[in-house]
Write a protein that binds this ligand. Structure first.
Ligand code: A4P
Ligand code: MG
Length: 205
């Protein structure tokens, strides 16, 4: 068990943590965003594709969110997936960029509309500041549409730079601009290895 998880368990004896599925793997949270195309179909396909990179251990609820920054653009769907993977962070990013490309992502405008955005929001115990890769994601603590789903799949997540428990962050309970659009239907273990469409969320109007 990592130092962060061990101290969290010590300080919160009633907290139940899911056992790590792959003890040598990195526990990562990937943020999903899309505001073009069939957003639900894209997300359901992406979760299956992520299951090909390791073990999907958690999928958040599905949120529709007001766009933040950039030009006038449609509302987003946002969600988060917890993935245990043996890939190193830079290789993980390369795979995510490929998945984005396969879903029609074209980069034209910063914070512009997109068929799919996959961000590595957090990796347990890792702080990375490299050209082209910053972990935790540089704006994680400014964006409730990223932090709220992250906490659903990794409620014990700590900031590797400061030791702050993200659940204590000021925006952790702030759902302004976020509407719950889908409750999760399918447990993550049913996603792995499935190539057929699988309904992960039941949509609410
Ligand atoms: N990069 C660096 N660190 C990372 C990381 N941790 N994960 C680099 C993924 N990529 C990372 O990203 C540009 C480059 O960032 C990548 O090539 C990679 O090398 P991008 O996806 O092309 O650009 P972006 O998404 O427009 O920029 P960025 O900075 O990721 O933007 P954000 O902060 O993700 O904002 N409003 C709502 N409601 N919902 C959204 O999902 N998303 C954005 C994008 C704006 N407004 C939004 C949403
Ligand atoms: Mg991005």
């Amino acid at each position: 068990m990592s130092a962060g998880r061990a101290s969290l368990v010590r300080e919160n004896p009633n907290l139940v943590l899911t056992p790590r599925a792959m003890p040598d793997a990195l526990r990562c949270v990937i943020g999903l965003g899309a505001n073009l195309g069939d957003r639900l179909a894209t997300f359901e396909s992406v979760v299956r594709e992520l299951a090909g990179l390791g073990k999907v251990t958690g999928v958040s609820q599905l949120y529709e969110t007001d766009p933040v920054g950039g030009p006038v653009q449609p509302d987003y769907f946002n969600a988060a997936v917890c993935l245990e993977t043996e890939l190193e962070p830079t290789s993980l990013l390369v795979h995510l960029l490929e998945i984005e490309r396969n879903h029609g992502r074209v980069r034209q405008l910063r914070w512009g509309p997109r068929h799919l955005d996959l961000d590595i929001l957090w990796i347990e115990g890792r702080a990375i500041h490299e050209l082209g890769l910053t972990i935790p994601h540089a704006r994680l603590l400014e964006r409730n549409f990223a932090l709220v789903p992250l906490l659903e799949v990794a409620p014990d997540a700590l900031d590797p730079n400061t030791g702050l428990a993200y659940c204590e962050a000021s925006i952790a309970g702030n759902r302004e601009g976020m509407r719950l659009r889908g409750s999760r239907l399918c447990p993550p273990e049913q996603v792995a290895g499935r190539s057929d469409p699988v309904s992960l969320w039941s949509l609410r109007s």
